[in-house]
Design a protein around this ligand. Structure first.
Ligand code: FAD
Ligand code: SF4
Length: 485
């Protein structure tokens, strides 16, 4: 375990971020590098609990007490081995996981939890720095071939696990680069793209083949796919954005969050965006609709582009500051989150975080614009949430609370409905579940034998850590399937 009674002496210390006025001038990593001293101290707070709830709370089942102990003793290489035993890509979860493990940390009952995520990130970054992370090739090759469709975290985890089991794996990707939403979606200041490229290089050195710019089901026919491979893993994500069909939605300047975020990723990788397709917040009044993390990513990006003012609008109620009784430990705390983008907005726009920039209980009514068809105004009304029958809440508009905001750019970040059905899914003819995701049995097998699904395409838009978990689990059952077929 860490230091005996360490948690009694050492308080939790958050990782140091670069100052706001410096970091909003670029898209580089937000956090300053950690010192070994900081990590050894923070790891020593771990109590090595008899029943480690952090471990059960982590979707990939990371064995945090074990690597905390190694980190406390500065045995970084041993810590890395334990970390990699459950998580193929700790550099991504260590950067952007919301850390359900910390929500489940036993110390969190009456103290601040261990900084598990920071420790995880440091262990893996040390591994890269010291050259401990090397390609791992299988001892023997089977003669089985597997196609993985999609190179997001689910597809990459499935590919790496299956390849290490000896199967020959080809990853097909519709985009020109691998990484899924980690490459195209998540802002560079949260995941710098060289970290993804570095991992892809490892997978390539492990002899996994990547085929880019190929929309499977369209550019590669389902017949060819089924003829060429012994098994297929669908890991195409879930990116069909939810729309907001109100009056004025068609005005110029109203965009889906993903179109905006992906464009910024592409600009940073050097892609020239045609002037008439450019979505830019520079000097604009920006209204982000949707109070979640995708909305926060839009705020961070709009600030870096030089927005004049930004509002983030949410239909639901403001979450509580502390855990309510109905949300006890070790469940993930459903409390108000202050994202790094909110800290930046507070300081950069002179607003008061959580009151001015972010507005809850707001129903969008319509958008109006100028004679050229550009959006200029956001119209809304405040709502109240009331308890209805069967414990279900319902909302009521509050009369007289109608208001408007200036809006030159509106970003819709109100979630994703399900994977796109056209192309791959419809041509394959696999069954869907009630929410429009690809349906599987408990072994990740779709309604067609030999075709499996993992990640957001199966569970709906979720988290990187869940995608890694699903990729690993699907690989396990695909391996069993291939052995018996
Ligand atoms: C803006 C945004 C920010 C997010 N931030 C976070 C965060 O901070 N932390 C976190 O944990 N999670 C975050 N998420 C969620 C997380 O990114 C996803 O849950 C995760 O990437 C899902 O992984 P996946 O592999 O299932 O799918 P994806 O990452 O979506 O990858 C699917 C890939 O499949 C490819 N593909 C699809 N169809 C085909 C086809 N027919 N042929 C070939 N290729 C195909 C796509 O091009 C894509 O590259 C965020 C999501 C969004 C949208
Ligand atoms: S992957 Fe996420 S939940 Fe698991 S240990 Fe890391 S930060 Fe915690």
């Amino acid at each position: 375990m860490g230091k005996l009674g360490g948690f009694l002496e050492i308080p939790r210390e958050e990782a140091q971020k670069r100052p706001v006025d410096e970091r909003i001038k670029d898209y580089k990593e937000l956090y300053k590098p950690f010192t070994d001293e900081y990590l050894i101290q923070q790891a020593s707070r771990c109590m090595d609990c008899g029943i480690p709830f952090c471990h059960f709370s982590c979707p990939v089942g990371n064995v945090c007490p074990e690597w905390n102990d190694f980190a406390h003793k500065a045995k970084w290489e041993e810590a890395l081995e334990v970390l990699h035993s459950t998580n193929n890509f700790p550099e991504f979860t260590g950067r952007v996981c919301p850390a359900p493990c910390e929500g489940g940390c036993v110390l969190g009952i009456n103290q601040e939890p261990i900084t598990i995520k920071n420790i995880e990130l440091n262990i893996v970054e040390k591994g890269w720095e010291k050259g401990w992370i090397k390609p791992i090739l299988p001892k023997n090759r089977t003669n089985k071939k597997v196609a993985v469709i999609g190179s997001g975290p689910a597809g990459l985890a499935a590919a790496q696990q299956l390849n290490r089991a000896g199967h020959s794996v080809t990853v097909y990707e519709r985009d020109s680069k691998a990484g899924g939403i980690m490459t195209y979606g998540i802002p560079d200041y949260k995941i710098e793209k060289w970290t993804v490229d570095r991992r892809i290089k490892q997978l390539e050195q492990e002899e996994i083949k990547f085929v880019y710019n190929t929309n499977v089901g369209v550019d590669l026919s389902i017949d060819d796919l089924e003829k060429q491979y012994d098994a297929v893993v669908l890991a195409g994500g879930s990116k069909l954005a939810r729309d907001l069909p109100v009056y004025g939605r068609e005005l110029k300047g109203i965009h889906y969050a993903m179109d905006y975020l992906v464009q910024q990723n592409k600009k940073l990788e050097g892609t020239e965006i045609p002037a008439d397709e450019l979505i830019n917040a520079d000097g604009k009044s920006v209204v982000v609709i949707g109070g979640g993390d995708t909305g926060a990513d839009c705020i961070g990006t709009a600030l870096r582009q030089g927005a004049k003012e930004i509002y983030q609008i949410e239909l639901l109620e403001k979450p509580p500051l502390d855990r309510p009784q109905s949300n006890p430990w070790p469940n993930f705390p459903q409390v108000l989150k202050v994202n790094t983008a909110h800290e930046e907005a507070e300081l950069c726009l002179g607003g008061v975080c959580n009151t001015d920039i972010r507005q809850w209980n707001i129903l969008t009514k319509e958008f109006t614009g100028d004679e050229k068809g550009n959006v200029t105004t956001f119209h809304a009304v405040r709502v109240e949430w009331k308890d209805g029958e069967n414990g279900r809440k319902y909302m009521e508009e509050v009369p007289g609370t109608e208001f408007t905001l200036d809006a030159d750019l509106v970003l819709l970040a109100i979630g994703f409905v399900h994977p796109e059905h056209e192309g791959l899914i419809s041509n394959l003819g696999v069954e869907l579940d009630g929410r429009g995701n690809v349906k599987t049995d408990e072994n990740y097998m779709t309604s067609k034998s030999g075709i499996f699904a993992a990640g957001d395409m199966r569970r709906g838009q979720s988290l990187i850590v869940w995608a890694i978990n699903e990729g690993r689990k699907a690989a396990e059952v695909v391996d069993e399937f291939l052995k018996s077929n």
